[in-house]
Design a protein around this ligand. Structure first.
Ligand SMILES: NC(=O)c1ccc[n+]([C@@H]2O[C@H](COP(=O)([O-])OP(=O)(O)OC[C@H]3O[C@@H](n4cnc5c(N)ncnc54)[C@H](O)[C@@H]3O)[C@@H](O)[C@H]2O)c1
Ligand SMILES: O=P(O)(O)OC[C@H](O)CO
Length: 338
């Protein structure tokens, strides 16, 4: 049994805490909202993010970050990527000895184009980290919290640390594979959100499964194209952190990215959509980062590019579809550049 700090008491931080508590680890969950922390401690529920789910009584929540970090050597970071730096800056003020950072976030930082493991390395001095591991894959918090069968991937530059994380989380409902391709695993988990917004949007426009399959397939081609350029192993995109997560996010009503896209497709504006969601929609920031990065690297990403125009330059979803369908003719496989 280990004492583990989980930073972020939203949907995914809470669901991962359930997995760790089921594995008999002592979970100390940090949340910034007192109301939520009290709900977890007193009612053993997180009714704002996972209504109706009973949490193991062993999970203790706290708003005091120092308290949560005391005596731990393993820290799971599960806040939206927009909050990562802010949280890490607080963490490094508190730590006095190195900890293993596990992150379960899916996004790319606009401006720097850094993956979350790179943001951790950027913010946390070597003297305060013993390693960085990502846990990613097709996993909706709503299903994990009900202990439904789920498979994910643990990845790190140090395979032994990925295996350590595999052992921490793995149980009969939650199967964890390892993959040494940190770049591919982080990119797969982040970039699928862009495509999920698009599939939600086409559903919102009234289009069906043909459009969804087209976006997922051609979306995977452009994810792989950028990934290969950045040094990822192309095979990773056929695995859990690639195709697996693309499927689960593009086809599920649980997905916040899909739902946000769906509302946009139904004609709602971005401000209304974000207010209605009230949860992290990672794909929006990631679209901006990836659009800019792909332009800098001269990697063709037509789906990301039209979504960027919809999200940030008021292109209508109808026009975006017309742009994609009216592109010059192409060879399919040659276009993959694998
Ligand atoms: N929800 C899922 O099913 C799921 C699955 C896999 C990965 N993820 C990833 O996990 C990450 C977190 O997503 P989530 O679903 O838990 O989001 P969420 O919207 O459900 O919850 C976000 C949590 O972060 C907290 N937060 C926001 N800004 C903060 C800040 N500055 N300081 C401290 N806390 C802050 C919020 O209070 C909230 O508790 C995202 O990168 C997401 O892509 C989510
Ligand atoms: O709800 P989403 O769209 O953030 O997706 C959640 C997970 O990333 C699915 O694996």
């Amino acid at each position: 049994m280990k004492k583990i700090a989980v930073l972020g008491s939203g949907s995914w931080g809470t669901a991962l805490s359930i997995v760790l508590a089921d594995n008999k680890h002592q979970v100390h969950l940090w949340g910034r909202e007192k109301e939520q922390v009290d709900d977890i401690n007193l009612n053993h529920e997180n009714s704002r993010y996972l209504p109706g789910v009973k949490l193991p009584q062993s999970i203790k929540a706290d708003t005091d970050l120092t308290e949560v970090l005391t005596g731990v050597d393993t820290v799971v970071v599960v806040v939206p990527t927009s909050a990562i730096r802010e949280v890490l800056k607080k963490v490094k003020q508190i730590l006095t000895s190195p900890v293993l950072f596990i992150h379960a976030c899916k996004g790319i930082e606009p401006g720097t184009y850094l993956r979350v493991s790179e943001v951790i390395e950027d913010e946390i001095p070597v003297s305060l980290r013993s390693g960085v591991v990502v846990l990613s894959g097709p996993s909706h918090a709503e299903e994990v919290s009900l202990r439904q069968p789920t498979t994910v991937t643990s990845s790190s530059l140090d395979l032994r640390q990925a295996e350590y994380v595999q052992d921490l989380f793995m149980n009969q409902n939650f199967r964890v594979y390892t993959n040494p391709d940190l770049i591919g695993v982080e990119l797969g988990g982040s970039l699928k959100n862009i495509i999920a917004i698009c599939t939600g949007m086409t559903n919102g426009l009234g289009y069906g499964d043909n459009a969804k399959a087209a976006l997922m397939t051609r979306g995977l081609a452009e994810i792989a194209r950028l990934g290969i350029k950045l040094g990822a192993n192309p095979i990773t995109f056929a695995g859990l952190a690639g195709l697996g997560d693309l499927i689960v996010t593009c086809t599920s009503v649980h997905s916040r990215n899909w739902r946000a896209g769906n509302l946009l497709g139904r004609g709602k504006d971005m401000e209304t959509v974000l207010a209605e969601m009230g949860m992290a929609v990672e794909g929006i920031r990631t679209t901006k980062a990836v659009y800019q990065l792909s332009n800098e690297l001269n990697v063709e990403m037509p789906i990301t590019s039209v979504l960027f125009q919809v999200l940030f330059h008021e292109k209508s979803p109808h026009e975006a579809v017309a742009d994609l369908m009216g592109r010059v003719k192409k060879h399919e496989v040659e276009d993959l550049k694998l």
